[in-house]
Design a protein around this ligand. Structure first.
Ligand code: G6P
Length: 364
């Protein structure tokens, strides 16, 4: 992929459109069908070391942090290692306990974000093992970490991250599968995830074919004074990233909340001018999510659901093909990139260079 706009009117649109190829690239040469696992050549973590990991801590900023949240869930689910993500900036300022049995992972598109780099340097100084999940080959974070996984999203020019976010989530799925197969993930489950990974590019194409309808929905919701994004567990990081994307490019205020927490406060904001985007994966929380839609409807809130089947209680549903439940977060976010893009377009925003933002923040 090149820096040429290739017929698109913005880099954001170009980069959203490139995601099937990008995901193909992050998978290429890494799948090992024989052992139902993946090879990650640059990881620098042998099986004995991988088995000794007691905890995983993922650090990043902005979209990289949200991709890390998806990654933490995947690692916990597939490898059964307790994992969580934290903004790198918070981590480095709170004098964290650095634990020798924890595997630290720094996530960054550019590999140059100062807060993330500073967190890596602090960890290294304290003797921790730090891996990188990075897009730009040879960048500062790639150089300073002990090993890692390159995301291979190709150059990302638009200030807001789209294809790199998606590829980072897939890179984490690979890492989770790899760690899982060294630990307790069965061959059958390994195969199930590999089959799911292979279906992703085709399913991404399918989602992108729905762009025209998403553009219409964006126009219909562009008058919102604020937007609420909700999801449970796997849907929550998707909601957070979608909310960030919308505010970055459209300047519409947006808030992401765990769906279960709505009743503890944000429900007070629900009214027709504050629509809710609800992420509704087809997992075991489906009924709970349906109840949330009812709760919102009862307060006259408009609902746009992103789900695998049409949601009766929603005003509109964007239907996304289903993959394996662990991989669904990769797909559920993609239509919401298009929603943010078309909302910004309808409002005449400077999409590739939103006000006050920079592609990478390399100073404190
Ligand atoms: C900036 C960009 C975000 C990006 C974040 C982290 O704030 O505007 O889009 O997610 O930096 O960047 P990184 O290069 O570390 O992924």
């Amino acid at each position: 992929e090149s820096y040429d706009m290739g017929g698109h009117d913005t880099y954001m649109h170009k980069e959203i459109s490139e995601q099937a190829d990008a995901v193909d690239r992050v998978l290429r040469g890494r799948i090992d069908d024989r052992f139902a696992t993946v090879h990650l050549g640059g990881l620098n973590l042998d099986a004995r070391e991988a088995r000794a990991v007691r905890r995983v801590k993922i650090l990043g900023c902005g979209s990289a942090y949200h991709a890390g949240q998806i990654g933490a869930q995947m690692i916990e689910e597939l490898a059964r290692i307790p994992a969580d993500a934290e903004p790198a900036s918070e981590f480095r300022y709170r004098n964290p306990v650095v634990d020798p049995d924890t595997l630290y992972i720094a996530v960054s598109q550019s590999g140059e974000t100062y807060d993330t780099l500073a967190a890596v340097q602090e960890l290294k100084r304290k003797g921790a093992r730090v891996l990188g999940v990075v897009n730009v080959v040879g960048s500062a974070i790639a150089r300073e970490t002990d090993g890692g996984v390159y995301v291979h999203a190709g150059p990302e020019v638009c200030v807001v991250s789209t294809k790199c976010f998606t590829n980072t989530a897939v890179a984490f799925a690979l890492l989770a599968l790899h760690l899982g197969r060294i630990r307790d993930l069965s061959v059958a489950d390994g195969r199930r995830i590999i089959d799911g990974l292979r279906r992703l590019p085709g399913q991404i194409e399918e989602i992108l074919r729905g762009e025209e309808r998403i553009a219409k929905l964006a126009a219909a919701y562009a008058d919102a004074k604020s937007m609420m994004f909700v999801g449970r567990v796997r849907g929550f990081p998707v909601a957070r990233e979608a909310s960030l994307k919308l505010k970055e490019v459209s300047y519409i205020h947006a808030e992401a909340y765990p769906a279960s927490e709505l009743k503890h406060g944000p429900l007070a904001l629900i009214e027709p001018a504050v629509p809710t985007v609800a992420i509704v994966p087809g997992d075991d929380l489906l009924e709970k999510n349906r109840a949330t839609l009812e709760e919102i409807k009862a307060r006259s809130g408009r609902i746009l659901a992103v789900a695998h089947v049409e949601q009766e209680k929603a005003d509109d549903t964007i239907v996304v093909p289903a993959n394996e439940p662990e991989l669904d977060p990769v797909l559920l976010g993609i239509p919401l990139q298009l929603l943010a893009y078309h909302t910004a377009l309808a409002l005449g925003r400077d999409i590739d260079k939103p006000r006050n933002l920079a592609k990478s923040v390399t100073v404190e």
